[in-house]
Every structure is written in structure tokens, then in C-alpha cells.
Design a protein around this ligand. Structure first.
Ligand code: BTN
Length: 260
């Protein structure tokens, strides 16, 4: 399949996202950095802005991790939304649900279905296909999405060789621009039309951790227990094997074993 050339991405996105600032880079350090620069230099145009890169040289993930994507293999972009305490959750649920549903649609002719791994990673059969990084800057949420599209097994370095997947590895040859437009459409619908409880319900339906046994690392300690409540931002509520109930925030917790 021939992908839409990068020179055509900006016009195609602008046609669907009238009035928004759209920046498309062949290569940049991180779309999160470009988003921060836009907020600093032009806050009046930042709400709704979209920064896309065909390749990132210093992509980052949650908890200070690197986000590995060899050139040309991933769809990487950041969306900016003005938020307050009440709307930050909404934007985050909407992004996870929009991403999971858009990938399900792309894979409709396969047997694969996505699952959300708390707080907002997207998995297929135990391997990560996409991640979301939310950073809050000066009243704006920068929602960065990275999706493995053309990545092949032989391009995965050893530590993550068995832990990552891609649309290509699921047998789907996809156009990165088409995947991006599909996510944007769902994101706009979710933010415009769905109530917060409905978004949270969509997120919980896709997140299979509720009432499951998990193994977690929190502040350097291993915790085993059963998830008795979960929230993508405020954290997991876990009943530990010793009978304690603990709340574990996303910022300091990594899920080690989990059913996806
Ligand atoms: C994670 O898996 O921990 C989150 C990964 C988020 C990666 C995306 S790619 C676009 C945006 N720019 C970045 O540097 N990171 C996010």
C-alpha cells in the first residue's frame, strides 16, 4: 500500500479541522516539545491545535521513558486542549477511547481487538500497540499519541521484542494519515457529544483490569492484589493480598502483570 505523501498531510488535516492550527513535521524532536513551544508563543491559537511528525528523534513516554519509533514506522502527534480541573479527565478518557475505537475500526477485518491498559496504553493480545502521554502546561492539556503502524518485529530492540506490536504485525497495511483522521473524528465526536459518564463507561468497557488480579510496582515496591476500582487519572484502588486497600496514582505506578 502506498501511503499518502507527507506533503499532503497538512491540507488533508486542515480540511477536516477548519480553524485549528495544524503543524506537520517531517522530523522533530518531540511533538510534545513543539506543542509546548506553540503554547508559549501563541496561546490564543493553541486550543485545538494539532502537531504531527512523520518521525521523532526524541519521543518520550510516561514516567520519563523513551518512546521508541524507527523512522517512518509510527504515527506520532500531539493535540492541545484548554482544560481545567473538571475537563482534564474528559479529554483523557476521550483520547483513550477514540484511539482504541479507531484502531478497532482499522482492524475490522481481522480477529484483533484493542484493550486499554491503565492508565491509557492500548494493547492487543498482551502487546502494546499505542501509548498516550498527557502533559499539562499553563492551563492546556498536551495529549500526545504514538501508534505503531508499519513497525516490523525485526525492528524491535531486545528488551521490548515480545512486548510491542503494530498494525502491520496484526496484518493490516494502513495509511498513517487515514488513521490520524479517523482518531480526530472520534475525538471530536467524543468531546462534543458524549457525556463524561458515557466516556468513562466506554473507557471502563475497554479496560479489562476491574476485578482482576494484578502485579504492580509502586515507588520501587512490588504490590500484588485485586483491582476494586479504577480511574485513568486518579489511580487504581487495589485490595492487596494482605487485606489492605491502597490507592496507586498513575504517576508513580507501573503495571507488571495484567490481563489484556
Ligand atoms: C507511553 O507509552 O508512555 C506514552 C507514549 C506517547 C508517545 C507520543 S508520540 C507523540 C507524542 N510526542 C512524544 O514525545 N510522546 C508522545
Amino acid at each position: 500500500m502506498n501511503e499518502t505523501p507527507i506533503e499532503q498531510w497538512a491540507d488533508a488535516i486542515e480540511a477536516r479541522a477548519a480553524g485549528r492550527v495544524v503543524q506537520v513535521y517531517r522530523e522533530t524532536s518531540s511533538t510534545q516539545d513543539q506543542a509546548r513551544a506553540l503554547i508559549a508563543s501563541r496561546p490564543s491559537g493553541a486550543d485545538g491545535a494539532l502537531i504531527v511528525a512523520a518521525h521523532q528523534t526524541a519521543g518520550r513516554g510516561r514516567l520519563g521513558r523513551k518512546w521508541h519509533s524507527p523512522a517512518g514506522t509510527a504515527l506520532t502527534f500531539s493535540m492541545i486542549y484548554r482544560v481545567d480541573h473538571a475537563t482534564l479527565d474528559r479529554v483523557t478518557f476521550a483520547a483513550s477511547v477514540a484511539l482504541a475505537e479507531a484502531l478497532d475500526k482499522v482492524m475490522i477485518d481481522t480477529a484483533y481487538v484493542t484493550a486499554i491498559k491503565w492508565p491509557n496504553d492500548i494493547y492487543i493480545e498482551g502487546r502494546k500497540i499505542a501509548g498516550i502521554l498527557v502533559e499539562v502546561v499553563d492551563g492546556f492539556a498536551i495529549v500526545g499519541l504514538g501508534i505503531n503502524v508499519h513497525l516490523r518485529q525485526d525492528q524491535l530492540p531486545e528488551p521490548i521484542a515480545g512486548r510491542a506490536t503494530s498494525l502491520a504485525m496484526c496484518g493490516v497495511s494502513a495509511d498513517r494519515l487515514a488513521v490520524l483522521l479517523s482518531i480526530l473524528e472520534r475525538m471530536d465526536n467524543s468531546l462534543g457529544e458524549r457525556s463524561e459518564p458515557s466516556l468513562l463507561e466506554g473507557w471502563r468497557t475497554k479496560c479489562k483490569m476491574f476485578e482482576h488480579d494484578v502485579r504492580l510496582k509502586h515507588d520501587g515496591q512490588i504490590i500484588e492484589g485485586r483491582v476494586i476500582d479504577l480511574d485513568p487519572l486518579r489511580g487504581l484502588k487495589v485490595l492487596t493480598g494482605r487485606g489492605d486497600v491502597v490507592h496507586l496514582p498513575a504517576a508513580t505506578t507501573t503495571v507488571l502483570d495484567y490481563p489484556v
